[in-house]
Design a protein around this ligand. Structure first.
Ligand code: AHG
Ligand code: MN
Ligand code: MN
Length: 323
């Protein structure tokens, strides 16, 4: 049994980064505990306020954000942070080396129905003389991430982590209060017959995704020649966790429901960290037209179309975009 601290000491050559991840995991354990208590801890329901993106915040969005923010602000190596629930970047320690971007609680519409949610994080190196209060300091492409991961609060609490040398999974052993190493070098099968997309938005998609989904629904008689199965949890973390476990393709593509939103998911703290994990596990991630981690970000809350998962299946969707 290898605990997170020992794992990081052996696996991560940057001990400052290792320390940051370990500290961050402490706030995730706290969140996991509160989620497990549910209504007993008063964490369900709405916070009756909106975030900068006009979304109604759940109590647990606010609680998780505060826990992680306070935790990160106390870590000397953290120069600044950005969160889904914070309108602006938050400066932390002037001597710090890292910028941390996070979605404190992904899938928060699922809290009240007791379905899996998670915390997503992305870690960047802060440019030497950059201002951690300025949005521009954070606008680095996903390929610059030094680490990324998520903590999934499901039947068990699981951390999926990459510091650029493969993907590792650690399970929270609640008997000892520690994350312990579970799976090394997680790999996504290159082929899949499982897709995840919110079909209720079908009429708003662009042609390439319309055609791809229409073809896959034709099953073994169709041009893709296989019978697919569908899953939609409505928590990206749960979706990506399933894909890292048994393969699949996840899509939240461009749609024209609302012209001001080119997709639903946010580049900096959803699409990029998940792309980092998926790529490290041998999968692919794209907007359909370019690799997600190549995008030059324009804002910390920027939205992007997302297609990621099993490499060959994602490649098929890219080909539909190139027709
Ligand atoms: P968040 O709870 O952080 O706002 O993110 C929710 C996201 C993502 O987790 C999920 O894949 C998607 O929204 C679900 O969207 P639908 O409500 O369209 O199913
Ligand atoms: Mn989210
Ligand atoms: Mn969220």
């Amino acid at each position: 049994m290898m605990r997170l601290r020992t794992f990081l000491q052996q696996h991560c050559d940057d001990q400052m980064l290792a320390e940051l991840i370990e500290q961050l995991s402490v706030s995730c354990k706290d969140i996991a505990y509160r989620i497990s208590l549910g209504e007993l801890a008063g964490v369900t329901g709405s916070a009756e306020q909106e975030n900068v993106q006009g979304e109604c915040q759940k109590k647990l969005d606010v609680i998780s954000n505060d826990l992680i923010k306070d935790c990160l602000a106390a870590i000397p190596s953290v120069r600044g942070l950005a969160s889904e629930e914070e309108p602006d970047a938050v400066p932390a320690n002037p001597e710090g080396r890292f910028l941390v971007l996070f979605d404190p609680l992904d899938g928060s519409s699922n809290i009240d129905v007791n379905v899996t949610v998670g915390t997503i994080f992305s870690i960047l190196e802060c440019p030497a003389d950059a201002d951690p209060a300025a949005e521009s300091s954070y606008l680095q492409s996903g390929s610059k991430q030094v680490a990324a991961g998520y903590v999934l609060y499901g039947p068990s609490t699981i951390m999926m982590l990459s510091t650029g040398n493969g993907v590792f999974s650690l399970t929270l052993d609640t008997r000892i209060g520690e994350f312990v190493l579970q799976r090394e070098n997680v790999q996504i099968p290159a082929d899949t017959k499982e897709f995840a997309i919110n079909m209720s938005v079908q009429r708003f998609w662009q042609e390439p995704v319309q055609e791809y989904v229409a073809d896959l629904l034709k099953g073994e008689e169709g041009p893709l020649g296989k019978r697919y199965n569908m899953r939609w949890v409505a928590s990206m973390v749960a979706e990506i966790h399933r894909i890292l476990t048994r393969g699949g393709i996840f899509m939240y593509p461009f749609d024209n429901r609302d012209p001001s939103k080119p997709g639903k998911l946010r580049l900096m703290y959803e699409a990029n960290p998940m792309s980092f994990l998926v790529n490290q596990a041998g999968g692919q991630s794209t907007t359909g037209r370019e690799p997600i981690m190549d995008i030059a970000p324009e804002g910390i809350h920027q939205r992007v179309p997302v297609i990621m998962g099993s490499a060959n299946e994602v490649e098929t969707v890219i080909q539909y975009h190139q027709r």
